[in-house]
Design a protein around this ligand. Structure first.
Ligand code: SAH
Ligand code: SF4
Length: 389
C-alpha cells in the first residue's frame, strides 16, 4: 500500500492556517465582486469600499488594513476577519555587484519563480526595468535558455504577476507610487515562461499595473516578449496595448527550428506577417527583435544582412543579447568583435541595434539564466491524499 501526499495543496483533513482571501492582486472588478459577495460591505457600498482599498493597495502599497485611515475602525476589523493584504514569501534575495536585484518568490508550496530588477546604468534619476515571470518553468525548450530546461509547473495568476512588482517596490522603497522619476519605470515580461501561453492572466495583470489610480505604469513602458506564439500576437496588442518584443535569434527556418523549436509550428513567414499587423505598430511604437549572439551559430555578417532583409519595412529596433551561459549550456557567446560587426551592419541599414550589457550574471539573473527548483508533481502525487492498494 502506498500513500501519496499532495504537497502543493492543503490537505482536506487539516484546516488551512489562514483561509482568508488575499485582496492584494485582485482586479478592480474582482475586488468589488468579492466585497459585495462577502457581506462585509453593503452592496451599495461595495464600489466605494473597493475604490478605497484599491488606492491603499496599489498606490500606497499597504500590506494590512490598519493604515487605511479613511475606513472606519470597525469596518477595518470586519475586513481583517475575512481578508488579508499580503505578499508572497521571498525565499531568497540576491544583489549583483552591478546593482541588479533578484528575488526567488514562493507563491504557494512548490510554486517558485524569479523576478529581476535591472537598474539602468546611465540613468541619473533612478529608472530601471523589472523583469517578471509569467510561468513557473516553460513548455518550450529553446536550446540556449536555462528556463527551457525546467518543465512547466504552472501558469502564474494575474495576482502572482502583480505581486512581483509589489515585492520589488517594497524592496526599492517605492510607495506611495511616484508619478515621475521612478526607480521601477518599466516592466518587461522576459522572466520565466512564455507570456502568450498565459495571455488571460498577463492581460489582467497589465490592466492592474497600468491603472492610473494605482501603480500606474504606462502601457508604453510594459513590454511583452514572445518566442513567437503567432495566433496570440494580435490579441496581445488588442487586449494590452503593450510593446511587443520577439525572440527571433535566427533568420532561416532551418536554424530557427533548432534554436527556437516553436518555429516548427509557426515558421518565420507567419511570424513576420503577424508582427507586421501588430496593432498600433509605428515609428513611435516599434517592435523589438531580440537576437542572442551565439558564437559560430548565428553571428556572421551574412546573418546580419539576412536579418536586415527579413525585417525590412518594419518599425523595429534590434536588441543584440550576448549569450549568457548557464551550468551545462551548449553554446558560447560570440566574440565582442563579431557582435560589433553585426551591430554595425544592422545600424547602417537604419535600425538601432544596441548591444545589451549583460547584467547580474554573477547571481544568474541575466537573460535566459532564470530557473527555480519547482518541479511538476507527478500525476499520482497531485491526487488528493488517498490510500492505494
Ligand atoms: N519566453 C519569452 C520571454 C522570456 S525569455 C521569450 O522567449 O521571448 C527573455 C529573452 O531572453 C528572450 O529573448 C530569450 O530568447 C532570451 N534568452 C534566453 N536564454 C538566453 C541566454 N542564455 N542568453 C541570452 N539571452 C537568452
Ligand atoms: Fe521558454 Fe522563452 Fe526560454 Fe524559449 S526563451 S524556453 S520560450 S522562456
Amino acid at each position: 500500500m502506498t500513500v501519496t501526499l499532495d504537497l502543493a495543496r492543503p490537505r482536506a483533513d487539516v484546516p488551512a492556517a489562514d483561509a482568508r482571501t488575499n485582496l492584494a492582486g485582485l482586479s478592480r472588478e474582482a475586488l468589488r465582486a468579492v466585497l459585495a459577495g462577502s457581506g462585509v460591505a453593503a452592496p451599495e457600498k461595495a464600489r466605494m469600499r473597493a475604490g478605497q482599498l484599491w488606492r491603499w493597495i496599489h498606490h500606497y502599497g499597504a500590506t494590512s488594513f490598519e493604515p487605511m485611515s479613511d475606513i472606519a475602525k470597525e469596518a477595518r476589523a470586519a475586513l481583517a476577519e475575512r481578508f488579508v493584504v499580503e505578499r508572497p514569501q521571498i525565499v531568497e534575495r540576491q544583489v549583483s555587484k552591478d546593482g541588479t536585484r533578484k528575488w526567488l518568490i514562493r507563491f504557494a508550496p512548490g510554486i517558485e519563480a524569479e523576478t529581476v530588477f535591472i537598474p539602468e546604468v546611465a540613468a541619473s534619476r533612478g529608472q530601471g526595468a523589472l523583469c517578471v515571470s509569467s510561468q513557473v518553468g516553460c513548455t518550450l525548450n529553446c536550446t540556449f535558455c536555462h528556463t527551457g530546461t525546467q518543465p512547466l509547473v504552472r501558469n502564474l495568476t494575474a495576482a502572482e504577476i502583480v505581486a512581483q512588482v509589489q515585492v520589488a517596490r517594497d524592496d526599492l522603497g517605492e510607495w506611495p507610487s511616484p508619478r515621475e522619476d521612478r526607480k521601477l519605470s518599466n516592466v518587461v515580461f522576459m522572466g520565466m515562461g512564455e507570456p502568450l501561453y498565459n495571455l488571460d492572466n498577463v492581460a489582467e495583470a497589465i490592466d492592474i499595473l497600468a491603472d492610473n489610480e494605482g501603480i500606474g505604469i504606462s502601457r508604453r513602458r510594459i513590454t511583452v516578449s514572445t518566442s513567437g506564439v503567432v495566433p496570440e500576437i494580435k490579441s496581445l496588442g488588442e487586449r494590452t496595448q503593450a510593446m511587443l518584443a520577439i525572440s527571433l535569434h535566427a533568420t532561416s527556418d532551418l536554424l530557427r527550428d533548432e534554436l527556437v523549436p516553436i518555429n516548427r509550428r509557426y515558421p518565420i513567414a507567419e511570424l513576420m506577417a503577424a508582427i507586421r499587423s501588430y496593432p498600433g505598430l509605428s515609428n513611435a511604437k516599434r517592435v523589438t527583435f531580440e537576437y542572442v549572439m551565439l558564437k559560430g551559430v548565428n553571428d556572421s555578417p551574412a546573418d546580419a544582412k539576412a536579418l536586415v532583409r527579413l525585417i525590412s519595412g518594419i518599425p523595429a529596433k534590434i536588441n543584440l543579447i550576448p549569450f549568457n551561459p548557464w551550468p551545462g549550456s551548449p553554446y558560447e557567446c560570440s566574440d565582442r568583435r563579431a557582435i560589433e560587426a553585426f551591430a554595425e551592419i544592422v545600424n547602417r541599414a537604419g535600425y538601432a541595434a544596441p548591444i545589451r550589457r549583460p547584467r547580474g550574471r554573477d547571481i544568474l539573473a541575466a537573460c535566459g539564466q532564470l530557473k527555480s527548483e519547482s518541479e511538476k508533481l507527478r500525476a499520482s502525487a497531485r491526487r488528493k491524499p488517498t490510500a492505494e492498494a
